[in-house]
Ligand binder design. Structure first.
Ligand SMILES: Cc1cc2nc3c(=O)[nH]c(=O)nc-3n(C[C@H](O)[C@H](O)[C@H](O)COP(=O)(O)OP(=O)(O)OC[C@H]3O[C@@H](n4cnc5c(N)ncnc54)[C@H](O)[C@@H]3O)c2cc1C
Length: 407
């Protein structure tokens, strides 16, 4: 027997919950299905890092984080920008603050209290949540879910799909939903906000876990422009991982696909002038380069290990060496697998959807969140866009249902 509701939301992450909230506000009977034993598991994982909900940048600068898709995402942000998202969180008792880097967090720096308050409000508004319901396929009977009690069929006039990207599949977002779409509606899912691989010596491999901070990363973007970002990263057995890398991944990824490698440069002395570094090197007397780096240049942790790896026995004159230390080349040869990434690029293409995020090939089916084809660096841009797209898809689905209900 097929069970019915006014609207189905499939996927209980932030995008799906936000879509459900819009449908409930329009008076719809909403059933939300999720494959996991509880909803919002990746949202809770984000809470381990303090739950960076959004970023305080003003618009239109905020929108540029979405690169080629910024015009598309801007339409969603018109419905839920950073200010509106902060007010939304405040109303749920999770008062927010702007951190030193401009990132916005709940004061408690936890996701669980916010998620709990949100679910309480959604349930009070009538949301039926069906966990351990994994969408497997569709038949003429409706949307088929694998559940502990066997296969369950559900159908509704409006259906919002919000099943996430392809990272951290153990939390539910395994990308299997791609089989529901035609190939021309999809861009391949790929890792973004992920670690980068390079060939370290055994010595550097043994330094895994050592932070490289502060550091400036320099790379060439797709237009040939040199981009610089200050931040930090960490040495891993396979290469580097960390927030300073993430904005560069889309540019480097294309280079790696095309040529098998992509080179960036690290400035290991971001707060020093090249002249000052050269002077210190020139006056080192009988001290070794390693000793000079540690004591006079005050390098430590991962920066000192990189110095030792590349420059311990450098024959370069002080001026040339100082310049090189500020432009240490690292050649990446690969990206870490999508399963480990913080988020994914690719997904349902803009051209396959209406402005209300409804599938053009099949009216009544809406999409939201990370399963859409956009990407952004970390910094709160991911959750803000996921939730804003949930508002758009949920409102459009509510309009669709209401129009059908009135006929
Ligand atoms: C370690 C980590 C830290 C992060 N920290 C931040 C941060 O601080 N700030 C930020 O902006 N972003 C952060 N992100 C990214 C952010 O969490 C995601 O972009 C966001 O959760 C995506 O939301 P979504 O609703 O689109 O998908 P998801 O949150 O992935 O939810 C999708 C849901 O769909 C369900 N689902 C999938 N397939 C099926 C199926 N077949 N049947 C039924 N249900 C299904 C899943 O179980 C899941 O609950 C982080 C990500 C990671 C991995």
């Amino acid at each position: 027997m097929t069970r019915t509701a006014d609207a189905l939301v499939i996927g209980g992450g932030p995008a799906g919950l936000m879509a459900a909230e819009q449908l409930l506000a329009a008076g719809a009977r909403v059933a939300l299905m999720d494959s996991q034993r509880s909803v919002g598991r990746k949202f809770l994982l984000a809470g381990i890092g303090g739950l960076n909900l959004t970023h305080s940048l003003g618009r239109p600068q905020f929108d540029t984080a979405y690169r080629e898709q910024q015009d598309w995402v801007a339409g969603w942000l018109d419905a839920l920008d950073n200010q509106a998202l902060m007010q939304w969180a405040d109303a749920l008792g999770a008062e927010t603050f702007v951190g030193t880097s401009g990132r916005v967090f709940p004061r408690e720096k936890k996701a669980a209290p916010l998620l709990r308050a949100w679910l309480t409000r959604l349930r009070a508004a009538g949301l039926q949540i069906h966990t351990r319901h994994r969408l497997t396929h569709r038949t003429e009977q409706g949307w088929m879910f694998d559940t502990p009690e066997g296969i369950a069929a559900w159908d509704a006039p409006a259906v919002v799909l919000a099943m996430g990207g392809g990272s951290w599949p153990q939390l539910g977002s395994d990308g299997q939903w791609q089989s529901l779409f035609h190939a021309d509606e999809l861009e391949p899912l790929q890792a973004t906000n992920c670690g980068m691989e390079c060939e370290w010596s055994p010595v550097l491999q043994s330094k895994a876990g050592e932070p490289i901070k502060p550091v400036i990363l320099k790379w060439t973007d797709q237009t040939g422009r040199t981009v610089e970002r200050q931040g930090e990263c960490v040495i891993t057995p396979y290469g580097l991982e960390g927030s300073v890398l993430y904005p560069a991944v889309p540019d480097l990824r294309d280079g790696i696909w095309r040529t098998g490698k992509a080179t960036v440069h690290l400035d290991l002395m971001p707060h020093w002038t090249t002249k000052k570094v050269a002077e210190v090197l020139a006056s080192r007397g009988k001290h070794s380069l390693t000793e000079t780096a540690r004591k006079a240049l005050k390098l430590s942790g991962g920066r000192l290990h990189l110095f030792n790896e590349f420059y311990r026995q450098s024959p370069l004159e002080p001026d040339a060496l100082a310049h090189t230390i500020r432009n240490t080349p690292i050649t990446f040869t690969g990206l870490r697998p999508m399963q480990e990434a913080i988020s994914t690029a690719g997904g349902v293409r803009r051209e396959a959807l209406t402005d209300g995020l409804m599938r053009k090939q099949e009216p009544g089916i809406f999409c939201a969140g990370e399963m859409l084809d956009w990407e952004a660096p970390t910094g709160g841009f991911l959750l803000n866009a996921c939730m804003a797209s949930g508002v758009i898809a949920g409102r459009a689905a509510a309009d669709y249902w209401l129009t059908l209900a009135r006929q």
